[in-house]
Design a protein around this ligand. Structure first.
Ligand SMILES: [Zn+2]
Length: 444
């Protein structure tokens, strides 16, 4: 019971409560108000440095883009069977081809011609539930399926060769590297890595046949009877990366001049998380080595959603260009800035992206309405909280930036034509379900 108000002093708790109530409702009201009507004047410009895009840089001559898609399909009837259908695609085109496409109303026939003339795709299927693989244990059957999928004869096994090229660091020529170490999927014994160029080996503990694709650790997504949906998405993510690196490997082995004149575009960040991050050091090694050999690889990922896109969209109005005629600008985001301002982590365990990223975040404001969150490699990881902070840190940034205006699409916000096209190839809509069921039937 609160003290009742006397003649001299007001009541105690009642006024305190009233006070709190007012505070609460003010706070709640403020949140609600800002949610409904943002006060843009309250947003402070983040402390990042912007650089003007070099107007004299030469655009790249060729473009490769890769992407993937996946779909989970469930059967009718009993028992309900489930599969995941994965597709990845690689597209080659050049700015000249893009110029011929009407940016506002592209002709479907023209697009289809580009897709059939210049694209390659890969498709595979994973059993998810109530599907048995005859004649073998579930996990070893799935491991075999992953191995066989990588070796897809439709692509002459090229993405598989690229995977081996990365795992065994084959760009070094004479040097015979082992693969990264891994755990036996059958008995969990540690394997110190497969011998140079091996496709398979035997586990010294349990005698199981181990495939080079086991090094990736996709089996960690599987349980005894079912594969998790993340298996399909992890496979897709790795395969679309291998598709893009197949183009890089091909040119590295044959023509450094064309390699240096090519933009390699990936839909999404240049990141491999979890157990897949074990190939990140190898990718960085290659990019650094190519740079050192005078053959910079112009690799670029575009993030279309996520924290960085939200962050950029929320603050872009504070930065130039504010007018169409202004020069475009870009800003590399340092590890420190990302931790404190984008991720809002107080005491991060690792430097930003240390284990997982082979590209750094770069914001590009091409025009008042064209905002891009790009990922651009630095070669080896820059183990410095203030990095990257200048264009010298980022491989080939001037020519990458000079190529962006040649690829802008007007069909979607901040979209790039090659990524739009490769999305189209990798999307499943053009594949009737009959094809999927045909693939499916061989497994039953
Ligand atoms: Zn074993």
């Amino acid at each position: 019971m609160p003290y009742q108000a006397g003649n001299r002093l007001g009541g105690e708790s009642a006024s305190k409560l009233g006070h709190l109530d007012v505070l609460n409702s003010l706070f709640v009201n403020e949140v609600v108000q800002q949610f409904e009507k943002p006060d843009l004047s309250e947003i402070k410009a983040p402390d990042i440095h912007w650089y003007e895009v070099d107007q004299n840089a030469v655009p790249l001559k060729y473009i490769f883009a890769s992407d993937g898609s996946l779909q989970h399909l469930a059967s009718t009837g009993n028992p309900k069977r489930e599969i995941s259908y994965v597709k990845t695609a690689l597209l080659r085109l050049d700015p000249f081809m893009i110029e011929k496409i009407d940016p506002d109303y592209p002709h479907p026939y023209q697009l289809r011609k580009i897709m059939t003339d210049s694209a390659q795709h890969h498709a595979t299927v994973f059993p998810m539930k109530n599907i048995t693989i005859h004649g073998t244990e579930w996990i070893s059957g799935l491991r075999r399926l992953i191995f066989d999928s990588f070796k897809d004869p439709q692509l002459d096994g090229e993405p598989y060769e690229t995977l081996k090229w990365i795992l065994y660091k084959k760009w070094f020529g004479g040097q015979k590297c082992r693969s990264p170490s891994f755990e036996c999927p059958e008995c969990y014994a540690e394997n110190s890595g497969m011998e140079f160029d091996a496709d398979t080996t035997r586990c010294s503990s349990c005698g199981s046949t181990l495939f080079i694709t086991d090094v990736l650790g996709l089996h960690m997504e599987m349980s005894e009877e079912a594969a998790s949906e993340t298996l399909a998405s992890a496979y897709m993510m790795i395969h679309e990366t291998m598709m893009l690196f197949t183009a890089i490997r091909y040119l590295w082995n044959r023509n450094h001049k064309v390699l240096c004149d090519t933009l390699f575009l990936k839909d999404g960040p240049l990141t491999l998380r979890g157990q897949y991050s074990k190939i990140v050091p190898n990718i960085r090694d290659f990019l650094a080595y190519a740079m050192q050999k005078g053959a910079p690889v112009h690799l670029c990922g575009q993030e279309k959603t996520g924290k960085f896109v939200d962050f950029f969209q929320g603050t872009a109005h504070l930065f130039k260009p504010l007018d169409k005629v202004d020069v475009p600008r870009f800003s590399p985001l340092s590890h420190k800035f990302i931790h404190s301002e984008v991720q809002r982590k107080r005491e991060p365990q690792y430097p930003y992206g240390y284990r997982t990223n082979y590209g750094e975040k770069v914001l590009l404001k091409q025009s008042p309405h064209h905002l891009f969150v790009l990922n651009i490699p630095t070669g080896q990881y820059l183990d410095d909280d203030d990095k990257p902070n200048c264009k010298e840190d980022l491989i080939g940034i001037d020519r990458i930036m000079a190529t962006i205006p040649k690829m802008i699409s007007y069909r979607h916000e901040s979209a790039l034509v090659p990524i739009e096209l490769v999305n189209g190839i990798a999307s499943l809509s053009n594949y009737p379900s009959a094809t999927v069921l045909k693939l499916f039937s061989g497994l039953e």
